[in-house]
Design a protein around this ligand. Structure first.
Ligand SMILES: C[S@@+](CC[C@H](N)C(=O)[O-])C[C@H]1O[C@@H](n2cnc3c(N)ncnc32)[C@H](O)[C@@H]1O
Length: 353
């Protein structure tokens, strides 16, 4: 066990002396022990090193394809933007200055734990309530959020689907097999049932279908009867059970299956596809004439739905133009931020009046 006192405060600061958290070894390993990464204002150098190594500092999120999204959304001074998946606010903090003077951004997120932190972070960057408002809402309700704000429509709308790194990396949220935690996976832990309760109740045939639909899991017929109806107290317990069903797979194929089962469960627990379909249905009515939308998706189940909705909108004359090709992160971005690798960007532009 090693322990060193926290560095003395910056001259002029009156922070009381506190000892840093205890951890085994030279460097903190657990999410909650990485106190420097959780405090980028104070420990910028450590955070820069983590970023340079291609990792995401604990408690933060690296926005993906920022330049490509800004180019497609083209936010303008005086415009209204909706970031329907505010997350850490990485995209929002780039869009917001481009709306000034006179514009505003509505940031939506289902997560009641991270949303207030992001709101505070954006306020600290100087975005007051006249330019930025935070809304704890599922993006399926984007039309209601717009109406409650008294706005007829938005000039640009962004959805960056899935989970944030803050959610994924925090063991207490139970999204990942990488560290042990309760098998929860809810973006809003105040609603619905945790993944453990879902798994305990789901029937094997329904679970097999869900593994195939939500994650293209090739071993769904083997995994579903072995996992459905069982009680798993933790993420690690579920990961161990998945590995036990597929003993002949090599390590990297096993890791992929673990990831896919976790993804399929997360999508089910948060009812992600039905939220996405509702969002896509309401989109054209929420955009002003000529307004633009960009959607970043991370697996085929999401991208299929976005493509289908944009194709249908173009055919029906709701959209004047859509992305005809998928836009992927550059090789440099994939190298810098491996979490960007599966990202797929599509955009659409609403017909003018
Ligand atoms: C990939 S992160 C977004 C990161 C963000 N673009 C950034 O740069 O920091 C996805 C976020 O969307 C939220 N989310 C996912 N599904 C949602 C839904 N149906 N309604 C509202 N928020 C949702 C998650 O809670 C998470 O914070």
């Amino acid at each position: 066990m090693s322990e060193t006192p926290e560095p003395s405060p910056v001259p002029g600061e009156t922070t009381p002396h506190r000892r840093r958290p205890r951890y085994a070894g030279k460097y903190p390993r657990r999410f909650d022990e990485k106190y420097k990464e959780h405090n980028p204002q104070r420990y910028g150098e450590t955070v820069a090193k983590v970023l340079a190594s291609g990792k995401t500092p604990a408690g933060s999120h690296r926005p993906i394809m920022v330049a490509e999204i800004l180019e497609r959304l083209a936010p303008q001074p005086g415009g209204v933007a909706m970031d329907c998946t505010l997350g850490y606010g990485g995209h929002a903090r780039e869009i917001l200055p481009r709306l000034q003077p006179g514009g505003r951004l509505l940031g939506l997120d289902a997560d009641p734990i991270e949303l207030p932190k992001t709101e505070a972070r954006l306020r600290a960057l100087g975005f007051g309530p006249e330019t930025f408002t935070a809304h704890r809402s599922n993006f399926a309700g984007l039309a209601q959020v717009l109406a409650a704000a008294g706005l007829p429509g938005a000039d640009c709308i962004l959805a960056d689907l899935g989970v944030s790194s803050m959610q994924l990396d925090d063991p207490a949220r139970g999204f990942s097999a990488k560290s042990d935690g309760p098998l929860d996976m809810r973006m809003n832990p105040q609603r619905g049932q945790p993944a453990a309760a879902f798994l305990e109740k789901v029937r094997p045939d329904a679970f097999a279908a869900l593994l195939a639909e939500n994650a293209d899991e090739p071993y769904a017929p083997l995994l579903a009867p072995a996992l459905a109806g069982r009680v798993f107290a933790s993420t690690k317990a579920l990961a161990t059970a998945i590995r036990a069903v597929l003993p002949r797979l090599n390590r990297s194929d096993l890791d992929l299956s673990v990831r896919r089962v976790f993804q399929a469960l997360r999508i089910a627990v948060n009812d992600e596809f039905s939220a996405l379909e509702t969002f896509l249905r309401h989109l054209p009515a929420c955009l002003k004439p000529g307004g633009r939308v960009a959607v970043l998706s991370f697996h085929s189940g999401e991208d299929r739905r976005v493509k289908k909705a944009f194709d249908a909108g173009l055919r029906d004359g709701l959209y004047a133009d859509i992305a005809h090709e998928l836009i992927r992160p550059s090789p440099a971005e994939r190298r810098d931020n491996p979490r960007s690798t599966p990202a797929k960007l599509r955009w659409a532009r609403k017909a003018a009046a």
